[in-house]
Design a protein. Structure first.
Length: 66
């Protein structure tokens, strides 16, 4: 992934940095970096995915009940 930022006319450096941070955040680069920072065992990845699915199903069931 490449994030490109062109400086706008009469834009301060602070504003450009703020825009750059938002672009990086939206592109998912920070999340991907954090994910790759430490090795995670495949069993841990599966466990997290299972817990996420269980939470999603619980929320869906709760919303259907209302």
């Amino acid at each position: 992934m490449v994030v490109k930022l062109t400086l706008r006319e009469k834009e301060t450096i602070q504003d450009a940095v703020r825009r750059f941070r938002k672009l990086v955040e939206r592109s998912g680069i920070k999340k991907e970096m954090r994910r790759r920072e430490n090795y995670e065992k495949p069993s841990e990845i599966k466990r997290r995915a299972r817990l996420r699915a269980e939470r999603r199903a619980y929320r869906a069931a709760k919303m259907a009940a209302h």
